[in-house]
Design a protein around this ligand. Structure first.
Ligand code: AMP
Ligand code: MG
Length: 500
């Protein structure tokens, strides 16, 4: 019989100074029940066959850890919608251990919704089944799209009710991440260090832990901290570019929701865009559009500036030199982002890499999307079908009458730019980078509503399809099973809710 002791080892955050964490007391629900267990992720992590035991279920529902261990909640600060909050922390979450996976990496095993901790303030420490299942579906969709992301190992229902706008079933998500160190964790360390005036003791301890885990090659070098910061900047630039390439809107890019490991983390009011709108937001609390689709790169850069501020004392003893190093390094964000976005678009559009005509053509692409408001995913999907020999009508049909001429000209220009003997290889790249099935918001919401009344079939079917988003799906049995089509007007989901 498998025991969690066989694969779950003590978390390495325990080695940090005690200011970084607090005990997270066990707080299991009355009747834990598996909602979904991610067998393929379990296998990737090297968990033994049959790992989903009753013992694991109870642990993942927020129950007591094995004897001699204690779950911990991490402390962090953060800028939330630009406002400084000196103490956030895991108010409803607990680190229960880590896994050394066959891929050589170490993964945190973290529960979300597992009960109140000392960081809970007025919160109840709980989470709703819909919010946890939403994170499960969307994070696994990101993984299917090959975008760096935290993963979801399981959702378990606790058997308790949680009180939000309505009474809802409670659940706990098991999140798997390369790191739970956020920009906000560094902000916490730096603020504590400043308060004490004894030098950057906590900041250095945290940076050393991150370097040891993610960038061991930098350890011990004189430039280790600048190299670490540069690597975080590069990963974030690439990550946000990858979001933009699939129309993903994170929704709450607060500094406490940005991981130094460069993974997408904290799936709240996030969503994939249907019809193109560069100012799109879904979060019901982001009226000003701070985290709108086209603001994601500048916001990531803003967050990274906050990270640099915390690292200045480690960059150089001389303040001016430290500041210069920080600025120079952060200046690398924009070119890295532009390059990743450009290369991604070249693949999506089947263009020859770095062809002189690409830049103009890509500018034209954004203009056409803007005026035509076509469905973002279908735009690339239909272009790929056109590239594979279909006629252009299905592509043109994505546009309103008044934008069809422009869309037709776009297709003609696309044809002349991409034609050539080397096209088949680029068509293969188009197929591998333009998803067919994404986690469309209306489908996610339908799956969550069904799950709330005990029907998990739509959620499981959606998750199964999202594992292979680039493969041609088999034709749907019923029209309502079709996961490719955008929402009808009455199905459109305009808002998703945060903090549930
Ligand atoms: P999030 O919106 O999940 O990024 O959470 C922001 C902050 O609020 C974090 O410090 C969370 O731990 C805390 N928080 C959110 N919901 C709850 C809750 N129900 N109970 C306690 N803390 C919460
Ligand atoms: Mg968060």
């Amino acid at each position: 019989m498998t025991s969690t002791q066989d694969f779950l080892r003590e978390t390495s955050y325990r080695a940090l100074p005690p200011e970084f964490f607090a005990a997270a007391p066990p707080s299991p629900g009355p009747a834990p029940q598996w909602i979904v267990f991610n067998d393929s992720l379990a296998a990737e992590l090297g968990l033994p066959e049959g790992a989903a035991t009753q013992e694991l279920l109870e642990l993942l529902a927020g129950g007591p850890p094995q004897s001699g261990r204690e779950n911990i909640a991490l402390a962090y600060s953060g800028h939330q919608f630009g406002h400084w909050n000196p103490l956030l922390g895991d108010g409803r979450a607990a680190m229960i251990g880590e896994i050394a996976a066959p891929d050589g990496a170490t993964y945190d095993v973290h529960l979300k919704g597992s009960g109140p901790t000392q960081f809970a303030r007025r919160g109840d420490g709980r989470a709703t089944l819909s919010a946890m299942l939403r994170e499960y579906i969307v994070s696994e969709a990101m993984a299917g799209l090959k975008i760096p992301t935290t993963r979801s190992l399981a959702v378990v229902a606790t058997g308790a009710l949680v009180y939000r706008d309505a009474v809802q079933p409670g659940a706990v998500l098991t999140r798997i991440a390369r790191s739970h160190v956020r920009v906000g964790t560094f902000q916490y360390a730096a603020a504590m260090d400043t308060g004490r005036g004894e030098g950057p003791i906590l900041t250095r301890a945290l940076a050393d832990l991150c370097i040891a885990r993610h960038f061991p090659e930098f350890a011990g070098s004189r430039e280790a901290y600048v190299a670490f910061y540069a690597a975080v900047v590069a990963r974030q630039a690439r990550l946000v570019a990858q979001w933009m390439l699939v129309g993903f809107i994170h929704g709450v890019m607060n500094t406490d929701n940005m991981s130094v490991a460069g993974e997408t983390i904290d799936f709240g009011p996030c969503a994939f865009m249907d019809s193109y709108n560069r100012r799109q937001v879904f979060s019901s609390i982001d009226a000003a559009g701070r985290y709108a689709f086209d603001r994601q790169a500048p916001i990531a850069s803003w967050n990274l500036a906050r990270l640099a501020e915390t690292l200045l004392p480690l960059f150089d003893e001389d303040d001016a030199t430290a500041l210069r190093r920080a600025q120079e390094t952060l200046e690398g964000f924009q070119p890295a982002y532009v390059a990743a976005l450009g290369q991604g678009l070249e693949r999506k559009l089947g263009l020859r890499p770095r062809d002189p005509g690409n830049e103009n053509f890509i500018a034209r692409l954004w203009r056409l999307l803007e005026t035509g408001k076509a469905d973002f995913t279908l735009f690339f999907r239909r272009l790929t079908q056109f590239a594979g020999g279909a006629n252009g009508q299905a592509f043109l049909d994505l546009f309103p009458i008044e934008a069809r001429e422009e869309a037709g000209n776009f297709l003609a220009e696309w044809r002349s730019l991409t034609a050539g003997d080397d096209f088949p290889a680029r068509l293969a790249l188009m197929r591998a980078s333009n998803p067919i099935v994404i986690a469309r918001n209306h489908r996610v919401e339908q799956a969550l509503s069904a799950a709330n009344v005990g029907d998990l079939a739509p959620a499981l079917r959606l998750c199964a399809a999202l594992k292979t988003p680039f493969l041609e799906p088999s034709p749907p049995a019923r029209p309502e099973d079709d996961l490719e089509t955008p929402p009808r007007p009455e199905e459109r989901v305009l808002e998703t809710f945060c903090g549930t």
